[in-house]
Structures are given as C-alpha cells and as structure tokens.
Ligand binder design. Structure first.
Ligand SMILES: [Zn+2]
Length: 236
C-alpha cells in the first residue's frame, strides 16, 4: 500500500517534470489517459465493420482464397494518418502497451456490439520472423491479442503458430512460387491444442492479406474449426 503510494507520488512528480504527451496531438495526458488523449481517441478513424451486415473490405480480400468467418479492422489506415502514427509508435518506438490498449478499446466494442466473446475460443497473433522478434524484443500483434483477450475473457497464445526461419527473396518469382513461398512460412506447433477450436487470428495492419492467408491456411490444415481475423488497421 505504502509502496504503491510512494510509486504514485513518484509518478506524479515525474509527470510534473516530464509530462506524458498524447502521441497524436502532444497535449499533456490527464491521469486516466494512456498514450492518446480522449479528444484524439474520439476522433480515431474507426471502421465500425463489426456492426455491419455487408461483407467487409477485408472479407472481400479473402473471398475465393481461404474461408474466414469474419474480417474486421479497428481503424482505417492511410499514409500520414493518425493511425499510421500509432502503428509506428507501436512497432518502432517500443510502445508495446499501446497495442494492448488498442486491443482493450476495440475489445469493448466487440464485446458489447457483436458479442464476439461467444464466437471464438482462442486468440492467436501472427508471429514475427524470429530475427525481427529478437531485434524488436516483442511482437506487436501479441500485445494487441493480449488487450482483446483481457476484455473478451478469451485466452490468447503465442505458442500456436511459428514463423519459420528462412526468408527467400520474393523478387523475380512467379505468382504461384511466391504463394508457395509464403504458405510454407508458417507452421502450427500445437495442432492438438487448436483442434476444433474457433480461432481469432490477429495482426497489426491488413494490406494484401497474403500473410494472414498463409496463417489461416496453416491453422485450417491443423483442423481448427474456423478462423476469424481482426487487425488493428486496414487500408481502405
Ligand atoms: Zn491528443
């Protein structure tokens, strides 16, 4: 208790001299705010895709390639946008807790607006290449998974999927070879564990969908029941 109080006073003192600015507008954050001020939070370019009935842009991307139950992205992503600035901080500025915060924010919407907690059994992040993981020290998708897991009360695991070590240059290969190359990048480490489970696969940004497609293929080949996809952001 006393330790907590001392820590609290120390944090307050620290804030006085080194106030934590909002990552998006530089305004000093209030006590209850983390990373992004309330004003900027309300102004985030949310897609609202989980509320719609029509197929999402993401779902259209996977149509005819691999069966996915849903594809939702929390925010729209564009070059120079606020979303890009957040993703940059999450990936390159060691702000891993920002990933968990975004997961909690979106998790609350998914819980109350489409009851996602009843539609999935396990949350799995797209793994980074091992060399990249070592260099960064963390996987931003796992931190997003953590935040979703906390609010949806669904377990998450970073032990299900593995990204294999090899990287072959993809330039100059034809489309089929390129696809083969990507699809052998991921392997399932615990096939027994995911058998018959409804997996929620999560990643930071959805662009072409090739990586998510490869992960989904690997998961379905290991007899999970279904795969749904959620990303922090997606291009329009
Ligand atoms: Zn702000």
């Amino acid at each position: 208790m006393i330790g907590k109080l001392i820590k609290r006073s120390f944090d307050d003192l620290l804030n006085l001299f080194y106030p934590n600015p909002c990552l998006l507008c530089d305004r000093v954050l209030q006590e209850q705010e983390e990373f992004v001020c309330t004003h900027c939070r309300l102004d985030l370019p949310e897609t609202g895709q989980h509320r719609g009935m029509a197929p999402t842009t993401g779902e259209n991307k996977f149509a005819g390639k691999v069966p996915v139950t849903f594809v939702y992205s929390y925010l729209y992503f564009a070059k120079g946008s606020r979303t890009q600035r957040l993703i940059h901080q999450l990936k390159y500025r060691n702000k891993k807790e920002l990933g968990s915060l975004l997961g909690r924010w979106y998790g609350h919407q998914l819980r109350t607006e489409c009851e996602l907690q009843h539609q999935i059994d396990l949350i799995v992040g797209v793994p980074l290449h091992p060399a990249r993981h070592r260099q960064r020290g963390y996987n931003q998708s796992d931190w997003f998974a953590r935040g979703l897991s906390e609010v949806l009360e669904i377990p998450w695991s970073d032990r299900v999927l593995a990204r294999n070590h090899f990287t072959v240059s993809q330039t100059g290969k034809d489309r089929l070879n390129r696809w083969r190359n990507v699809s052998s990048v991921f392997s399932v480490m615990q096939a027994d564990f995911i058998e018959n489970k409804r997996i929620l696969l999560v990643d930071d940004v959805l662009t072409t969908g090739a990586t998510l497609e490869a992960c989904t293929t690997a998961l379905l080949a290991s007899n999970c029941r279904s795969v749904g996809i959620i990303t922090i952001a997606a291009t329009r």
